[in-house]
Design a protein around this ligand. Structure first.
Ligand code: B12
Length: 251
């Protein structure tokens, strides 16, 4: 970046507050982090190729995203049935719109569903959400006592949000390639699954019976909002059967 470009960039605080203001009415949250915080914990193969002080934001969908942007998107001319997954299409458009708010800056968008040719995800959104202080990522090795699983068993980790418990998703990241934020302060994500017993419970439910929604309720904090019955029905329905629901939303 040249000196002139650096001088013309808006201050990082303004970038973050502008994005937060745009995200809130869409049922989205965004939380800033430094690429270096993320790269500091993931294996080399998952690292993002940017300066450690580069500004990035994790984008989270809260329960109201479904009604606020997804259903309206399905009724819009931009929706192209029979191409890619409808929600992925909606998120692609939304991320594009968010990036276009900063037309003078180089903004890279990476979605949760994007992977490299070798199938490795382009970004690990649970780790990004944790280092940004947005939603704590619980992994098997967070259990301080002995855990109930066999050594060889693969137990996937799960993120939990202080307001929404498990009723949210991590949709991807925006990376401001030219913006360095050496002074950004890291926030510890709130621990809403504090005991070993609760951690075992949430990991067990997430790994064995995620379809019944119960892992989403394991949280000591009062859950502020959950998915609507309509949203639950959409996600419970296998992708092949969703076109019927989509047609109903379009009426
Ligand atoms: C591949 C994938 C799957 C695979 C494999 C799961 C897995 N975790 O590997 C399968 C198909 C099984 C799957 C299933 C599901 N998935 Co899935 N999946 C993903 C995806 C695309 C990538 C995950 C991945 O490959 N990780 C790679 C491994 C190696 O990462 P890792 O174990 O976290 O290891 C890293 C960390 O340990 C980190 N690290 C090391 N030390 C430290 C220290 C700290 C402090 C931290 C923070 C990190 C850290 O470094 C490691 C990498 O080097 C993510 C989206 C994404 N892009 O991240 C969604 C995601 C994990 N899935 C999600 C969900 C909801 C599901 C399902 C419920 C189905 C669904 N979509 O509704 C089921 C539940 C699991 C089950 N019981 O089957 C959500 C989880 C939300 C949450 N609350 O956590 C995600 C984040 C998608 C999203 N949009 O929100 N999934």
């Amino acid at each position: 970046m040249t000196k002139a470009e650096a001088m013309s960039s808006p201050p990082p605080d303004q970038i973050v507050s502008k994005l937060q203001a745009h995200c809130a009415p869409l049922g989205l949250e965004c939380h800033p982090f430094k690429v270096g915080w993320y790269n500091g914990v993931v294996q080399t193969s998952f690292r993002l190729p940017h300066h450690p002080d580069t500004l990035a934001l994790i984008i989270i969908s809260t329960p109201s995203m479904f009604e606020r942007i997804f259903k309206p998107f399905l009724g819009s001319a931009e929706f192209q049935p029979e191409t890619m997954d409808p929600l992925d299409q909606c998120m692609k458009k939304t991320f594009k719109d968010l990036a276009e708010l900063f037309e003078d800056l180089q903004v890279e968008t990476i979605h949760d569903f994007e992977s490299h040719a070798n199938k490795r995800p382009k970004v690990l959104v649970q780790t990004a959400g944790h280092v940004a202080g947005a939603a704590r990522y619980y992994q098997r090795n967070d259990i301080t006592g002995t855990d109930p699983w066999g050594k060889e068993e693969r137990i996937y980790g799960v993120s939990m949000h202080p307001k929404y418990g498990g009723w949210f998703a991590l949709r991807g990241v925006l990376i401001f390639k030219d913006i360095l934020v050496p002074d950004l302060e890291q926030k510890e994500p709130i621990d809403c699954v504090p005991t070993d017993e609760m951690k075992i419970d949430v990991l067990h439910k997430y790994n064995t019976c995620w379809k019944d929604w119960t892992f989403r309720e394991v949280c000591v904090n009062a859950i502020k909002e959950r998915y609507s019955e309509e949203q639950k029905l959409y996600f419970e329905t296998p992708p092949k059967g969703r076109h019927k629901l989509i047609m109903q939303y379009q009426l």
